[in-house]
Design a protein around this ligand. Structure first.
Ligand code: PLP
Length: 412
């Protein structure tokens, strides 16, 4: 029976409180007691200014405030309004025009895109593959709908993408499953800040092509939640053309989120976009994913769709939003670099970091180390292989402080 009174566990182990939000709650309680200055709350993945206040793009808010009632009160089509779908293709691909069919389905954030991919491209009991360092809800999503998550090692001994571990796992899984969903969160991976290089991508594609022999199918889900905080917006989209001409038994899906890119976390909006040379596969993608949406959250919020459509229909407005975001992206990059430099000075090993909301420190017993650091007013998220630091949530000054504190006796 475990810790269930009335509910059915269905193979799930459900904690009493979400880990990330639980640690954030403790940090908030301490802030209320001793003040924000002496607390470093680097738990949540929401962008905050140097005073810890949520960053919201004012150019986006302006559009939101001017919506007509029909823009937010009416139902949206299950798969999204046509204007929104068009906007999503532009938002996800930037200047690159995909040379393939692109089915688009609106989702409540990137989370919805991940959930719909898992439910439609795996069977009950299948294992989904992602890296050992990963966003915890991948496992929750998989287990919630009767699947499981397994991992490859993200980095090798030379701190490079571990193609050997990746290939081994892909081959193993395809030997026992007819199909496989692989989740790659790049660029600006959560929790490490790593972005796959062009060379990494070539190796991944080569491996998947050779492992995906007769009768096997691979869905390559690119979780691009942080793509607009990963550096130059065109440069970090350079991997996309590599995905447009894959064999028909490999289906790339881009999970795009409005949460970070447009600071619309609470509006629950995003999209899943497939890339294929086969129109029937693209049409089927839309049909099956819309069906799953209907059977879970139904329609997505229309307001976010209207906001995005208006932004992408007006060049000047889009430019304004991009420029405003650029300032914050630079702020975030400065914080990440400050953390990286301070780690170097403190001789603290961190996992390879490029950009984005998070950096990570490997350690042997992350939960215990995390608890010790809390005594010092530092709140980080313990993961299986180390501690995640949300550089998005704290000032550059606080980013510089953390490495020495971790080094001072806590790394194992
Ligand atoms: N993927 C990763 C790696 C994330 O960190 C997040 C949010 O924190 C998401 C996807 C999806 O977020 P949302 O559902 O708000 O778009």
């Amino acid at each position: 029976m475990g810790n269930y009174l009335f509910a059915e566990p269905n193979g799930r182990i459900i904690p009493l409180e979400d880990k990330t939000f639980g640690i954030n709650r403790l940090a908030k309680e301490l802030e209320a007691k001793i003040g924000k200055k002496d607390v470093i709350n680097a738990t949540l993945g929401t962008l905050a200014d140097d005073d810890g206040k949520l960053v919201v793009l004012s150019s986006v808010v302006e559009v939101l405030k001017n919506l007509a009632p029909a823009d937010y009160a009416d139902y949206a089509p299950i798969g999204g309004t046509p204007e929104f779908k068009k906007a999503m293709v532009s938002a996800a691909f930037g200047k690159y025009a995909p040379g393939c069919f692109t089915g688009v389905v609106a989702t409540p954030g990137g989370t919805g895109a991940i959930r719909n991919t898992v439910s439609n491209y795996t069977k009950y009991g299948d294992k989904i593959l992602t890296s050992d360092w990963h966003w915890l809800p991948y496992g929750t999503i998989a287990r919630e709908i009767g699947r499981d998550l397994t991992t490859f090692e993200l980095f090798d001994e030379d701190r490079k993408f571990n193609i050997t571990s990746f290939s081994k796992k892909v081959e193993e899984l395809l030997a026992s499953q007819g199909s496989l969903v692989i989740i790659l969160n790049t660029p600006a991976h959560n929790p490490t800040g790593y972005s796959l290089t062009a060379g990494d991508w070539d190796k991944v594609i080569e491996c998947v092509k050779s492992a995906c022999g007769s009768g096997k199918k691979v869905t390559l889900l690119v979780d691009a939640a942080y793509i607009d905080f990963a550096g130059d917006s065109e440069e970090c989209r350079q991997f996309l053309p590599k995905l447009e001409k894959l064999p028909e038994n490999i289906l790339p899906i881009i999970a795009f989120s409005l949460s970070k890119t447009f600071t619309l976390y609470g509006m629950r909006s995003g999209a899943m976009i497939c890339m294929t040379q086969n129109k029937d596969i693209a049409d089927e993608f839309v049909r099956v994913c819309e069906y799953s949406s209907r059977g879970s959250w139904s329609n997505c919020p229309r307001a976010a769709m209207a906001v995005l459509s208006k932004i992408y229909e007006d060049k000047d407005l889009l430019h304004k939003v991009d420029e405003e975001r650029r300032e914050y992206r630079n702020m975030l990059l400065r914080r990440g670099k400050a953390f990286e430099e301070a780690a170097k000075e403190a001789k603290l090993e961190i996992v390879p970091f490029d950009s984005g909301f998070f950096a990570s420190v490997p350690c042997v017993n992350p939960d215990e180390v995390g608890k010790e650091l809390q005594k010092d007013g530092i709140f980080l998220l313990p993961l299986a292989k180390g501690l995640r630091v949300s550089v998005a949530a704290i000032s550059e000054e606080k980013c510089r402080k953390i490495p020495a504190k971790i080094k001072a006796g806590y790394t194992g």
